[in-house]
Design a protein around this ligand. Structure first.
Ligand SMILES: *[C@@H]1O[C@H](CO)[C@@H](O)[C@H](O)[C@H]1NC(C)=O
Ligand SMILES: *[C@@H]1O[C@H](CO)[C@@H](O)[C@H](O)[C@H]1NC(C)=O
Ligand SMILES: *[C@@H]1O[C@H](CO)[C@@H](O)[C@H](O)[C@H]1NC(C)=O
Ligand SMILES: *[C@@H]1O[C@H](CO)[C@@H](O)[C@H](O)[C@H]1NC(C)=O
Ligand SMILES: *[C@@H]1O[C@H](CO)[C@@H](O)[C@H](O)[C@H]1NC(C)=O
Ligand SMILES: *[C@@H]1O[C@H](CO)[C@@H](O)[C@H](O)[C@H]1NC(C)=O
Ligand SMILES: *[C@@H]1O[C@H](CO)[C@@H](O)[C@H](O)[C@H]1NC(C)=O
Ligand SMILES: *[C@@H]1O[C@H](CO)[C@@H](O)[C@H](O)[C@H]1NC(C)=O
Ligand SMILES: *[C@@H]1O[C@H](CO)[C@@H](O)[C@H](O)[C@H]1NC(C)=O
Length: 895
């Protein structure tokens, strides 16, 4: 059906929803003709002139555009279309530094090619070796209007598209009917099919012939629509509908055979992940609503008594909050007095444990009340402004607030200083990591937010406390009597930045609803309309920098809620306010894969046992075990939910102890994978198709995944169930629990009797795993335990692996140890540079899949000696006692 949108009598504002516009209308727009095409070496430029009568769908068509195409590397083409007559918004380089181009790229040798037609202009991206079309705008004219940009490509039928998050949709997006809206939102309950906290306008498309990626570098609000047979002509398409900025595409060739390559190429564009401290891979515990400092101390004690390793204690705010009236950079003098909190932090530090506290961006608006963070920020004038120059007001936990302007030249001075003061090791709370929340930015003010003060009263913000403070004379520690759970429109440059003509499918409708107004202005003149989607990432950068300023030279852990492309180069991310539901347990895997595999934000995890609503014993037990294979492992709970620390139920405690022992044994394997990710962008966790790219059965799987390259994790996925059907690709595996060989046939396998304290894990053959011999109560202690080297050979009898060790905390390492393991012909070779003093031994080597006991085993390390071994015929496991100091090369020869 054609709608009368060409009518001159219809105002743009009345074209409220994009759903009204039939794609045939957009396809009948004139598009552009390419003239003055110049091709010089790796660059193509052209002018694009409107090719017919303007269609003016959501504003007037721009008459003339500039096209600039650059072959930046052998695997990357940059295609940029701008309006040469006006300086339009682009994501600032300070937020996403642009990748460097290699000036000597040979177009003839490039893995992908840019091909185009001139009249009308359209372009293709082709894979050079096969001439396959990867992206094509043919028959879908480009539309370029001030507040509406549209590019549409054809896709193969039933395309395998991953990415375009943040979302809780399946990892492989439904190619028949998906709309992904990118607009940061405080998305309580992380609903499927809606925009969430972060924005990553990149997708990987996987074919049996290769994996490539398309990144649209834009922070403007957008809808990306994937449709199948939309116009009854059988085609599958992907369409970008963007409400501002420019068209700035990066096409990445990937590789015909190894999906890891496309991830690495994307890392070259947005940056590789920041290295995090070793301790940050330990277990984290947090809750929104610990009542007071004794509550916090109790949790620390109870973890210890339950023998569950707690590495880091966190404090959220909550209805009963650590802050004074929920104002950032304060503590409540009765419930969380600084002196008492300092005792807790000292206790943690003296036990090799860590402490993290939450900081929100919004600062309570309290003129003349002596609230330092507000007064100092006002003096520096660092707040986001309304169009009239006054501070842009919102409504957050403390009531009416202002928002820091992360573009202000003095914002670093402000934020660093607040962090130095409040988190001072001498007088304040000496945090080890930072947690930043509410940075979409979230506001509780419902649009129109004309009177945030009235809405504050209506919403009772901040509310009064409901419990009384603890007795200041009561002891903090030593109370282990914890109860266990029972079983069971103003305008900007003539544009309407409040209600643009095209409305993206924001789950809360208006762009400014529940966030900072989109007409708010930054010091550098940029408007929130354009920068909304990078607010969280800018806070991330500022917070990362403030943490480094506090502890120069030391890596830090910053966990954020809102992210944009590139955020992982500074911070990690938790997947927001999920619910204690089996469904959320299941889709946490796809959420993690999106961040870690596609978006280069590998320090990621969901709130274990579920954040809001009440968990159950079995859900929490299963989730503790799944969560042990999130790179970032944190149990976090809401204030009105039942308590869910792992020690609350004997079953959950047993599950947690068991799986943490496994996680900690694997911690150096994880740390090594993370170091590799930091070096080149290789993902830390992966979907199955990364390891089996030609096995199409793996393409939709998102309930199993690889932790690192080689540990296949296959959790039980259904409530109360003790069985799970898992897919085992045609390959040799080894059961992690018994080390016995398991041969996959490329079919589903039913696992029964999976107890509530175990999780199915398989080692993919071909790897050598450096495990610690035993889990411990802290990662500091863990680093003093010996290694056990597990060799899991392929059916051909080969395996390889690596290990990276350094001091675990310094940004610049003066000495590190890098070891490679190679196994072939029944000989294990351990070679490396041992610059960092690991200080422990290799206690044992365990060779899997041995058909028979050997005659003897020799260790060559300078001298040669025969060593003791034992062989278990039922599991085909050979255990060799080595006791070799881990500071030089050696070989183990099995005869
Ligand atoms: C669109 O162009 C017409 C003239 O061609 C002009 O009158 C109108 O103001 C323009 N509209 C916008 C929103 O710029
Ligand atoms: C490139 O485009 C031209 C039309 O402009 C077409 O004739 C040619 O076949 C295309 N090349 C490839 C490899 O598709
Ligand atoms: C596509 O998905 C939307 C949102 O879930 C739904 O409302 C619509 O009916 C679906 N369309 C088709 C053709 O299935
Ligand atoms: C597309 O839809 C039309 C009309 O419903 C149908 O006849 C045709 O078979 C469909 N094509 C494909 C490839 O699904
Ligand atoms: C010990 O903890 C329990 C449960 O949290 C609490 O009811 C009790 O008051 C605490 N006792 C002391 C001495 O803090
Ligand atoms: C704002 O969001 C709330 C949901 O949080 C919704 O009920 C309301 O209708 C929205 N208002 C506008 C003006 O978009
Ligand atoms: C969670 O359990 C508590 C205590 O039993 C109860 O008060 C609360 O209503 C429950 N919450 C939900 C969402 O069921
Ligand atoms: C799981 O078990 C609990 C406790 O026995 C029961 O209340 C619940 O209904 C069961 N859920 C399902 C889906 O069977
Ligand atoms: C599960 O375990 C029970 C008790 O050990 C055993 O009797 C039963 O045969 C097992 N079932 C399966 C399917 O392995």
């Amino acid at each position: 059906m054609l709608l009368p949108i060409f009518s001159a009598f219809l105002g743009f504002a009345s074209l409220a929803s994009a759903e009204w516009v039939d794609s045939k209308v957009l396809d009948s727009c004139p598009g552009y003709n390419a003239v003055n095409v110049k091709s010089r070496g790796p660059k193509v430029t052209a002018d694009l002139v409107l090719a017919g009568t303007a269609c003016n769908v959501f504003g007037n068509d721009t008459k003339k555009l500039a096209l600039k195409v650059t072959y930046e590397t052998q695997t990357r083409i940059h295609v940029k279309i701008t309006d040469p007559s006006s300086k339009r918004y682009e994501v600032p380089d300070s937020v996403l530094p642009r990748p460097k181009a290699d000036p000597h790229v040979s177009v003839a040798e490039a893995d992908i090619k840019f091909n185009y037609t001139t009249k009308p202009f359209s372009f293709n991206i082709l894979r050079s070796h096969t001439n396959e079309v990867l992206f094509s705008t043919a028959s879908h004219p480009i539309i370029f209007e001030p507040q509406y940009l549209r590019v549409k490509t054809n896709l193969p039928a039933n395309a395998n598209i991953y990415g375009l998050g943040e979302h809780t949709d399946p990892f492989r997006l439904d190619p028949s009917n998906t709309t992904r809206t990118l607009w940061s939102r405080d998305a309580y309950g992380v609903p499927q099919g809606s925009n969430l906290y972060g924005n990553h306008p990149v997708y990987f498309e996987h074919r049996s012939t290769g994996t490539h990626a398309v990144f649209l570098l834009s922070s403007n609000g957008m809808d990306i629509k994937i449709r199948n047979n939309e116009t009854q002509d059988g085609e599958t398409t992907l369409e970008y509908n963007v409400i501002g900025g420019v068209l700035d595409f990066y096409f990445l060739a990937g590789s015909p055979s190894d999906p890891n390559e496309v991830a690495k190429q994307y890392a070259q564009v947005v940056g590789t992940p920041a290295e995090v401290p070793y301790w940050s891979f330990g277990l984290h515990q947090c809750r929104f609503g610990y009542q007071n400092y004794i509550d916090v101390a109790n949790v620390i004690t109870n973890y210890s008594v339950a023998n569950i390793p707690l590495e880091t204690m966190w404090t959220d705010i909550g209805r009963s909050h650590y802050m004074y009236k929920r104002r950032i950079f304060t503590t409540d003098p009765d419930y969380f007095p600084v002196s008492r909190m300092r005792e807790i932090v000292d206790y943690l530090h003296s036990h090799d444990q860590k402490f993290v506290l939450m900081t929100d961006p919004a600062v309570a608006y309290l003129p003349g009340e002596g609230y330092g963070p507000y007064d100092r920020g006002t003096k520096l004038d660092v707040w986001l402004k309304a169009p009239n120059g006054s501070a842009s007001l919102g409504l957050v936990w403390p009531g009416v607030t202002v928002f820091p302007d992360w573009f202000h030249p003095k914002i670093g001075e402000y934020w660093n200083n607040e962090f130095q003061m409040f988190y001072s090791p001498d007088t304040g709370l000496d945090i080890d990591g930072a947690w930043i929340d509410m940075n979409e930015p979230s506001s509780f003010c419902t649009y129109p937010c004309d009177d945030p003060f009235a809405q504050a009263v209506q919403q009772d913000l901040p509310p009064a406390r409901t419990s009384s403070p603890p007795d200041p004379k009561a002891p903090i520690f030593g109370n282990t009597t914890t109860q266990l759970q029972r079983r069971a429109a103003p305008s900007h440059k003539g544009e309407n930045v409040l209600q643009p003509p095209y409305s993206i499918d924001n789950a809360v409708d208006g762009l400014s609803n529940k966030t900072a107004y989109t007409d708010s202005v930054h010091e550098n003149g940029l408007v929130e309309y354009d920068t909304h989607n990078i607010y969280g990432t800018m806070m991330s950068i500022a917070t990362h920098d403030a943490m480094l300023a506090r502890r120069p030279g030391l890596r830090t852990l910053v966990i954020t809620r809102s992210t944009f492309a590139g955020a992982g180069s500074k911070v990690g991310k938790w997947l927001g306010d999920n619910l204690s539901l089996w469904e959320h347990y299941r889709f946490s895997i796809a959420g993690m894969l999106g961040m870690a595999t596609i978006y280069q934000v590998p320090m990621v995890g969901s709130d274990i046992c579920g954040y809001a609503e009440n968990t159950t014993e079995t859900l929490c037990a299963r989730w503790a075990m799944l969560g042990a294979f999130y790179p970032f492992m944190r149990n976090h709970n809401a204030d009105t939910s039942i308590s869910q620390e792992f020690y609350r139920w004997p079953l959950v405690a047993a599950a947690a102890r068991s799986v943490l022992n496994i996680r900690y044994r694997l911690l150096d394997y994880l740390y090594t994978a993370f170091h590799t990710a930091h070096t080149d962008g290789t993902p830390v966790v992966k979907p199955l198709w990364f390891n089996y790219p030609t096995d199409s059965n793996t393409y939709p799987i998102d309930l199993q995944f690889f932790f690192g390259d080689s540990i296949l994790v296959s959790p039980v996925t259904d409530e109360n169930s003790t069985s799970v059907s898992i897919y085992l690709p045609k390959d040799r595996f080894y059961d992690f629990a018994t080390f016995a060989p398991v041969d996959g046939t490329g079919a589903s396998v039913n696992l029964d009797n999976v107890t509530f304290t175990s999780i199915p894990l398989h080692i993919k053959s071909g790897v050598v795993l450096p495990l610690r011999s035993n889990g411990t109560m802290t990662t500091t202690e863990l680093r003093q335990t010996d290694f056990e080297i597990v060799v899991a050979p392929t059916v051909d009898g080969t395996a390889s692996g690596s290990l990276y060790v350094d001091d675990g905390v310094s940004i610049t390492q003066h000495a590190s140890t890098s070891v490679t393991f190679a196994y072939a012909k029944h000989t294990l070779s351990v070679k490396g540079s041992f610059g960092f003093h690991v200080g422990v031994k290799v206690a044992t080597a365990v060779i899997l899949g041995m058909d028979k006991a050997p005659g003897k085993v020799l260790v060559h390390a300078g001298t040669s000696r025969s060593v003791a071994f034992s062989y278990e015929a039922s599991t085909k496991v050979l255990s060799i006692k080595l006791d070799v100091p881990f500071d030089h090369d050696f070989q183990v020869q099995i005869e």
